[in-house]
Write a protein that binds this ligand. Sequence first.
Ligand code: SF4
Ligand code: SF4
Ligand code: FES
Length: 260
Amino acid sequence: MVQFRLPREARPVTGREHAAPERAARPRRFVVYRFDPDTGGPPRLDTFVLDLDDCGPMVLDALLKIKNEMDATLSFRRSCREGICGSCAMNINGRNTLACTRRIDAYPGEIRVLPLPHRPVIRDLITDLSQFYRQYAVVEPWLQERTPPPPDRERLQRPADRARLVGLEECILCACCSTSCPSYWWNEARFLGPAALLAAYRWIEDSRDEATAQRLDALDDAYRLYRCHTIMNCTEACPKGLDPARAIAGVKRLLALRKL
Ligand code: SF4
Ligand code: SF4
Ligand code: FES
């Protein structure tokens, strides 16, 4: 019998409530997932009530305020604060996104902040993305030449060839797409997932790369590529507006053409 509920020890319990500051003009509730591997207890959902008149505009600002002023043990990744590094990816009100690019006032009420789904949680909002990075490495995301010697000057591209990379090379490896993909949830050991496949297509499309045949050979696999069933969650989730589902379709199309 398939079990659709989390085991009891993995279900979050109601945690601590941190009240609003006195005379808060615009109180807003943030419900935040907490897990401390050192205590061994179940995860919990803590509530923090902030005064939005005394907080920056983004969800990441709220998390930083909580960490700085209410609970220094709250753990999450962040770096650039500009939607560039991809490290603040988390699930906000049911959607994978970047906390630093989401405005608090875009959410009407309580804001629930959880870790990215279907990844082992290391602590609080920090998940283990080792598998995700291993899959990225599988597609060998670097320029490969097959005709030595290497040129003694930069490799030029025609503008039209460079334009083919638009929408592919902007990926920041935040993992919002792969962790929202049901096929990835069920086949994470063998399906490469949308982020790695988008990266593969980025190099296949690069006019300077000479390993297209080998790249396609490596992807032509029932699990690595064809576990994608075009559910499109990945494209819906991407906070950079990229379209991994279209890139995957591009790889499938090239493989189909090759077999004609
Ligand atoms: S299109 Fe659907 S199945 Fe394919 S990678 Fe995206 S979310 Fe997963
Ligand atoms: S395709 Fe988008 S969602 Fe996926 S890793 Fe890249 S930037 Fe993140
Ligand atoms: S902190 Fe870098 S993307 Fe959010």
